[in-house]
Design a protein around this ligand. Sequence first.
Ligand SMILES: C[S@@+](CC[C@H](N)C(=O)[O-])C[C@H]1O[C@@H](n2cnc3c(N)ncnc32)[C@H](O)[C@@H]1O
Length: 261
Amino acid sequence: LTPLQEKMAAKLSGARFRWINEQLYTCSSEKAMELLKEDPEMYDRYHEGFRKQVEHWPQNPVDIFIEKLQDMFKARQLPHSGGKTIIADMGCGDATIASSLDRPPYSKKFVIHSFDLQKTNKYVTVSDVSKTPLADEEAHVVIFCLSLMGTNFLDFITEAWRILKQRGFLWIAEIKSRFTDTDGAQFVEALKAIGFKHIDTDDSNTHFIIFQFTKPIPRDERRGAPKLKFTDPEAYVNLQKKRETAPEGKWLLKPCLYKKR
Ligand SMILES: C[S@@+](CC[C@H](N)C(=O)[O-])C[C@H]1O[C@@H](n2cnc3c(N)ncnc32)[C@H](O)[C@@H]1O
């Protein structure tokens, strides 16, 4: 290609990335799955563009999660059953978490399920993260690294609640500019209404915020009462009412739209 043709090709690929990116943030996960089925190449184009964006960031949040898993493992702070910690990487992209930890001692101690809309390598299982194949309370740790993309992303969080064991961890990284408030407090309230307990919000990074939650044991259950799903049923009902008027992609997290470079 001539230099001019190369420049044009780069522009076109940037424009395509921005278009696909916008689609993924402004439609439901069901629609996203359909779009990708119709045009499987779209996924590769999206990921190529996404990787280019992240290259400009001082830190990639996925590396923070990998390090956190390693550190907590070494400090024996990770929950496990029979010596294995079950991890779900929701919207895993290239499954960097699973591929990076596919070596001793982690490969013997971690079972990592990596879900995304398309299979790019052997680690990925194709699944909409609003309905994964995992059993109820199967996972010890559930991770969403920049993957709350569909307008119905609270369905993904509800699914995380279903598959997470009691006392299990939910870790989320999301892009700072997506929050309607600056500190993500409204987002935290929505997750609390779904049943999570907030542990920490870390907004020290320039590009993203990291949240940590846990799935609490509802208090009544300890007293032998029937299983309680929500610690605050009224907050849950109010949240669902709000979702009926408009999907959360319209009011809780803004789409992440990239600028032309
Ligand atoms: C910004 S990328 C991040 C990928 C990876 N977590 C990382 O940090 O490198 C977001 C990913 O979430 C996936 N995703 C979005 N909605 C999804 C859904 N409903 N089910 C499964 N994956 C989804 C996208 O296909 C994309 O691969």
